[in-house]
Design a protein around this ligand. Structure first.
Ligand SMILES: [Zn+2]
Length: 273
């Protein structure tokens, strides 16, 4: 990446109630289902407004079930010049599925994005950040350009298994809003927006002199709530005001990285292996 430049990707995983739907459990708890549906009912609109007010392009990872079920609520994404990425169909944890079912999740997800958005995605994010070799194989067979689920570096790198590899635009739990706002999902309880502010601003402060990549992971059912979205707005304003920050979709981060010397060096290493 260019000297001193900080590339910030705002990525939004529009999970809604895909997990509960995949378990056939949407009606087992109206409370849990309603919290998940808040994402498409209220949170998504707030987040897209925050982005469009600042002309920040984002990457939305949409499970196929959500693309099929909430077509009309997703209009803003497709119209806003944002990127749409692959996020499974029922948001299943592929590390717990037989290989054949992992392939079905992948294929059904691709088909739903084509149906709803007429999109062939360039990137994938594994539900629960649980990437498996079988899904990696699906991705490379489909010709996807990047994955954004693994944590092996802070800057883009190549993730691989069984002789296959893909450009990885890495994530980390500390930059995932679920860690601060999700009740019980990750066993962390609710830490709140002050903790998120400290960690996310801290990430920028740690990287700003050298430059680097920051991959923010948001969920409309959490970051789209009032207090959280206010904190997000403040944070984006702070980053926007910095002269070395550029907001980019992951697709464009991948494109930019491909032009860099770091990429040539990494490619040479991968080819040698
Ligand atoms: Zn997700």
């Amino acid at each position: 990446l260019a000297d001193n430049e900080v590339l910030v990707a705002v990525t939004i995983d529009v999970d809604a109630d895909s997990i509960l739907a995949g378990q056939g459990a949407r009606l087992s708890s109206l409370s849990r289902t309603s919290e998940a549906q808040f994402g498409v009912r209220r949170g998504l609109g707030r987040l897209t407004r925050i982005l469009s007010e600042r002309e920040i392009p984002a990457t939305f990872f949409v499970p196929g079930f959500v693309a099929d079920e909430y077509r009309s609520a997703l209009g803003d994404i497709a119209d806003g010049g944002h990127e749409i990425g692959h996020h499974g169909y029922f948001h299943k944890d592929c590390s717990a599925l037989p290989i054949e079912e992992q392939r079905v999740e992948f294929e059904k997800g691709m088909e739903a994005l084509a149906r709803t958005f007429s999109v062939y995605p360039s990137g994938y994010r594994a539900p629960f950040f649980e990437l498996t070799p079988a899904t990696l194989e699906c991705m490379t067979n489909a010709g996807l350009e990047y994955d954004s689920s693994c944590m092996g570096d802070e800057e883009p790198y190549f993730e691989g298994a069984n002789g296959l590899s893909i450009l990885e635009l890495p994530v980390h739990w500390i930059l995932d809003d679920g860690v601060y706002y999700a009740w019980n999902s990750y066993g962390s309880g609710v830490r709140g927006s002050a903790a998120l502010w400290d960690a996310w601003l801290g990430e920028y402060q740690a990287v700003r002199t050298e430059g680097g990549f920051i991959n923010l992971v948001l969920h409309p059912q959490w970051s789209g709530r009032r207090q959280a979205s206010a904190t997000l707005s403040r944070l984006l304003d702070h980053l926007y005001a910095a002269d070395n920050v550029r907001f980019m979709t992951l697709h464009n981060v991948a494109a930019q990285f491909r032009l860099s010397a770091d990429h040539r060096q990494l490619l040479a290493t991968v080819t040698e292996e």
